[in-house]
Design a protein around this ligand. Structure first.
Ligand code: 5GP
Length: 346
């Protein structure tokens, strides 16, 4: 056993210090970023916000909406080939720039991935997603997908430490998804005691990835737009969200009504609910590592997205970053013990 005594920080432990700026208004800030990916050599331009590949978030409906803002949707892996065919008929090529297919790592997943990709040459992105990206099997799978799809942009995760980011980039990933345990409907930390405070994970993993010319996606743990700004400030190239995109018309999940109030069901992809739906229940050897919650219904996703983008533009203005790309260079985090005033919160 060993103890690491360096302090590791989450979003709640810091604020971003304001800096002198020549920017007049948040309208002067550009949130567009351009990347050239390490292994596929492909380029991408857009707003690097991502809806998570959960079936109550990363839906076709979400992709149609977010792509209009050049924001990204990683589609969950439970749609059938027929569902994909229907979606691909409705969507324009240029919208596919903001859409990724996702896959797990078993043989059936791999076979389905090939079939989906063969439906349309505009499907450029693949997200290989497992709860624990530290297994050798996962690295081997990433290598195989890279060999089979040399020109696709590969995201792989999740991990939280620099050495594993490097290993995945060397195995063929273009971007590495970072986050173990911070999610709004995740219970991994409670069930297993394993995890890493998200802001430190971002800072350390971004450093490792950028050293090799790769990118990272901060995945999970953002509960307010300020957290998204902190994630970018820490060095994230993309920020993925589940809970902040849940509860909308475009989010999957059942709409229910109780005592005159509307809610949408939102659950973790390792929750009892998801496992009952897709895996015939929770296998005996494992524990559910996700929650099922009722999110107050929030209407169309546009307003929530604009709230996030507005917050991000404002954060850039406070530190004098005219482009999102500059935010991390201009960020100084200060450690704090209080965040916001709770007088009017119940
Ligand atoms: P959020 O933005 O809601 O805080 O986090 C979303 C992320 O939580 C997802 O992208 C995914 O990485 C993670 N996640 C989703 N479902 C589960 C689950 O059932 N268990 C765990 N441990 N993580 C989950």
């Amino acid at each position: 056993m060993r103890i690491e005594t360096d302090i590791k920080l989450g979003f709640k432990d810091v604020l971003i210090r304001p800096k002198r700026s020549t920017l007049k208004s948040r309208a002067d800030v550009s949130l567009e970023r351009e990347f050239r990916f390490l292994n596929s050599g492909k380029s991408w331009k857009g707003v690097p916000i991502m809806a998570a590949n959960m079936d109550t978030v990363g839906t076709f409906e979400m992709a149609k909406k977010l792509s209009a803002y050049q924001a990204f949707t990683v589609i969950h892996k439970h749609y059938s080939l027929n569902d994909w065919q229907a979606f691909l008929k409705e969507i324009q090529e240029e919208q596919l720039e903001y859409v990724s297919v996702s896959t797990g790592t078993n043989e059936a997943d791999a076979a389905k991935l090939d079939k989906i990709l063969s439906l349309h040459k505009g499907l450029k992105f693949i997200c290989i997603d497992v709860a624990n990206g530290y297994s050798e099997h996962f690295v081997t799978f990433v290598k195989k997908v890279r060999e089979r799809h040399p020109e696709h942009v590969l995201m792989a995760g999740n991990v939280v430490t620099g050495e594993m980011v490097e290993e995945l980039l060397l195995a063929g990933a273009d971007m590495v998804k970072v986050g173990i345990g911070p999610g709004s409907v995740c219970t991994t930390r409670v069930k297993t005691g394993v995890g890493y405070p998200q802001l430190s994970a971002i800072i350390e993993c971004a450093d490792a990835a950028h050293g090799l010319g790769g990118q990272i996606i901060s995945d999970g743990g953002c509960s307010v737009p300020g957290d998204v700004a902190k994630a970018f400030g820490g060095g994230a190239d993309f920020v993925m969200m589940g809970g902040m995109f849940a509860g909308h018309d475009e989010s999957g999940g059942e709409l229910i009504e109780r005592e005159g109030k509307k809610y949408k069901i939102f659950y973790g992809m390792s929750s009892d609910t998801a496992m009952d739906k897709y895996a015939g229940g929770v296998a005996e050897y494992r524990a559910s590592e996700g929650k099922t919650v009722e999110v107050p219904y929030r209407g169309p996703v546009n307003d929530s997205l604009q709230d996030i983008l507005g917050g991000l533009r404002s954060a850039c203005t406070y530190v004098g970053a005219s482009r999102l790309k500059e935010l991390t260079k201009r960020t100084t985090f200060i450690r704090v013990q209080e965040q916001h005033n709770l007088v009017f919160e119940k």
